[in-house]
Design a binder for this molecule. Sequence first.
Ligand code: I3S
Length: 161
Amino acid sequence: RLMLLLFISQPSEKCGVLNVTKITENGKKVRKNWTSSWTVLQGSSLLFAKGQGGGTSWVSGFLVRIPRAVRHTAQTRSNVRGLFSPPFSQKFGGSQSKPEFTVDLRGGSVEWASKDKSSKKHVIELKTRKGTELLIQSEIDSVINDWYKTLVETVNTHAWE
Ligand code: I3S
């Protein structure tokens, strides 16, 4: 029972709105393009989706998704980690918003970004094994601190895979 509890409580699922930009792709520097993205962590995959598009602001997109996220979280907890949980595509609202891009955190790193990486506050720098570097940011302290903790745990958990 203890093992099951530990298994369920692993930080492998989390979602929310974050500001994100790539700074390097496959080892090559790319131009920053900060966008507000619906972000989902599942296992070692981190997915980013644009807002709902068509002029929909991230605020309304977020509000639409709250019940979905709550429902999903409840479902996931009660169903032993996704056994009966909806597939990934549904978490992004089916056809409403598709993952813009995904990064694999296995073998990657997470740290607070240094000042020279961005003038924004609360910026996390993610590096993947394949040489993609991302900055993720939220104006809300508690939000970004929670993501930092979860991402560090995720990277540590999947470091040797
Ligand atoms: O690291 P940089 O190049 O100073 O980043 C800023 C620029 O990408 C800027 O875009 P333009 O160079 O196209 O004007 C962005 O608007 C800024 O947000 C970037 O800086 P921060 O410090 O916000 O990451």
